[in-house]
Each structure stands twice: as structure tokens, then as C-alpha cells.
Design a protein around this ligand. Structure first.
Ligand code: DX5
Ligand code: ZN
Length: 214
């Protein structure tokens, strides 16, 4: 399992200490949650923080943009050091164009679906996507409860990807811990984002290890 710890739950006063912990962990990616206070009811951090994180690690940065019209920021996201640019289906009027420009900029293209958006909305673009992220909470805050219907959506998405003989990765984000992570793995997830489960843990390295082993 690929594990992408979300630094939204890190201690921003000790960010380099927390990134150092991730560097020593078996986590393969680092998840950066950007929120604009418009697309979601919260504001987190932006490009200067992502750039600082990219200087502290060699792990790929998985940048999840919870902002309106994210296509405006493809160059800025790349320049901040992202390897994966994750945009919301609900935030893009011309999703196909945004996906092409992410790939032209040399990043992996990921599209996120909110809990109420059906998997079927991706059937005409799935072949273009490196990753699909299914939100398993409503975006905006860490530490929320896993929405169980996401497991059914994961199975539907697994079928869509397998039926088309694609290698698109399925990423789940929100309320992931050892228990929900195991259910996500059984349903066909390839990547798990975990914020609270990692950073509120007494033993974050062991928590990450347990998720990687799923
Ligand atoms: C929520 C963010 C998530 C969040 C996950 O809007 O997209 O990445 O940090 O946090 P946990 O794992 O605490 O639910
Ligand atoms: Zn996220």
C-alpha cells in the first residue's frame, strides 16, 4: 500500500521535525492539503509552505488542491515542487484541459471526487488519469469520521479501471486509520492518505508501517 501522510495534521511550528519523521518512515508520498476558504470552509496553506516542504524531503509531494478553478495554478504548483497535482472534479469547468496541462507540466494528474459525486462522472476521462482520489469525508478538515459508502465507490472505481485495463491508482482520503484502511485495501484502494491517524499517534512510524503493510 502507498501511504501519503497529510501534513495538515502536523505541528506547523515544528514542521521540519515532522517532515524529518516522515523521511525516516516508510511513507512513500507526502500529502499537502491546500484550502482557499471558498471551495471548502477552511483555509490551510499555500505555495511558500509547499516549497519549504519540498526542500526538506525527496519524497514525492502529493498536492491536493481544495480551491476553485485550480487550473490557474498548474505552473505555481509545479514550481513549488509537486510531483502529483490533485484537482477536484467539482472545481473544474474544463477538466480535460486541466488534466492535459498538469501532464504537460511534467506532473502526475489526479482528480478528486467529493463524497456526493458519482464514480460514473469519470468514465469519459479515466484513461487520461494517473490517480483518482475518492474523498471519504467532506473536504475541509482533518480528523473527521470515514464515510462508509466510499467503500462501494472504491469497488465501482476498481471495476472501471480493471475493465478498461488501466493502471490508474485509487487513493482514499479522510478518516483513514488501521481499521478503515484495511477495509479500503480490501475494496481495491492503492493509496491511503492519513493525517490525524499519523500525527496524533504516540508512535507515528509504527502507525505508518501498519498502513504500508495493508
Ligand atoms: C481533508 C483533507 C485530508 C485530511 C485527512 O479535507 O483533504 O487530506 O488531512 O485527514 P484525516 O486523515 O485526519 O481524516
Ligand atoms: Zn487531502
Amino acid at each position: 500500500m502507498i501511504v501519503s501522510p497529510s501534513i495538515l495534521s502536523a505541528d506547523f511550528g515544528q514542521l521540519s521535525r515532522d517532515i524529518d519523521m516522515l523521511n525516516r518512515s516508510r511513507a512513500q508520498w507526502i500529502h499537502c492539503d491546500v484550502m482557499d476558504g471558498v471551495f471548502v470552509p477552511n483555509i490551510s496553506f499555500g505555495f511558500p509552505v509547499i516549497k519549504a516542504v519540498s526542500k526538506l524531503t525527496d519524497k514525492p509531494l502529493d498536492v491536493h488542491l481544495m480551491i476553485v478553478d485550480p487550473g490557474r495554478y498548474v505552473g505555481a504548483v509545479r514550481d513549488a515542487g509537486a510531483s502529483i497535482m490533485n484537482v477536484h472534479f467539482e472545481a473544474c469547468t474544463h477538466l480535460h484541459r486541466v488534466v492535459q496541462s498538469i501532464k504537460e507540466a511534467g506532473m502526475k494528474a489526479a482528480v478528486t471526487l467529493n463524497p456526493a459525486t458519482p464514480v460514473a462522472m469519470l468514465q469519459d476521462i479515466i484513461g487520461e488519469l494517473d490517480i483518482v482520489l475518492l474523498m471519504s469525508v467532506n473536504p475541509g478538515f482533518g480528523g473527521q469520521k470515514f464515510i462508509r459508502h466510499t467503500l462501494e465507490k472504491t469497488r465501482q472505481l476498481r471495476k472501471l479501471i480493471d475493465d478498461n485495463k488501466l493502471s490508474t491508482l485509487i487513493e482514499l482520503d479522510g478518516g483513514i486509520n488501521a481499521m478503515t484502511g484495511a477495509e479500503a485495501a480490501a475494496a481495491g484502494a492503492d493509496v491511503l492518505v492519513a493525517g490525524n491517524a499519523v500525527f496524533a499517534s504516540d508512535k507515528p512510524l509504527a502507525t505508518i508501517e501498519a498502513l504500508v503493510s495493508l
